[in-house]
Design a protein around this ligand. Sequence first.
Ligand code: PRP
Ligand code: URA
Length: 208
Amino acid sequence: METIKVSHPLIEHKLAILRDKKTGTKEFRELISEITLFLCYEAMKDAKLKTVEVETPITKAKAQMIDEKEYVFVPIIRAGTGMIDGIVTMIPNAKIGHIGLYRDEETLKPVRYYYKMPSDIANKTAIIIDPMLATGGSGMDAITLLKEDGVKNIKFLSIIAAPEGLKKMSEAHPDVQIYCAAIDEKLNDIGYIVPGLGDAGDRIFGTV
Ligand code: PRP
Ligand code: URA
């Protein structure tokens, strides 16, 4: 597996505000979207282009476009849905599948409750989005569900990842590329990322 830490001074700046416990819901949501733009930009670097012809005000020209239908973006509900805005800003016709998982507070294991993908998912590249990769349990389960559906090309975008989760995911799914904006220090004894940003879902949806 390949982990790609996407580095840029603007990302560091936005992460600093995102992590701050004083940052309110509106700004938190905006920052999640903005950082997602950068992750999406990086993850689409190897996108295939098709040649099209356009007519400029001057003449006909050959130009290149991404085939948006080749991709499906898959937020893990809830917190992953906070990243959809950033994705559709970059890829307005993006197809979106949803996977519903929550972590059992005692066991930290993911519990499945929803799965809905566009048709012919098996032939598309699936890009899972979830701001937090902690133990890696939710991410690994989402990847397993997509593989069971026949998906062969999978990428994973997270804003903050813990080394423990990255290690587990790389062992379980060495074929999946992970893009993240930060790799933090560790997990605490209740499975939260340190220093992290707290509970991403609660901060996005104001349910703290
Ligand atoms: C959070 C987060 C990930 C998961 C990461 O979701 O959005 O899905 O935890 O933890 P893991 O790597 O240890 O599995 P949570 O279960 O809190 O649900 P929510 O998004 O509905 O708040
Ligand atoms: N989920 C979160 O939202 N935050 C963490 O630190 C870990 C899991």
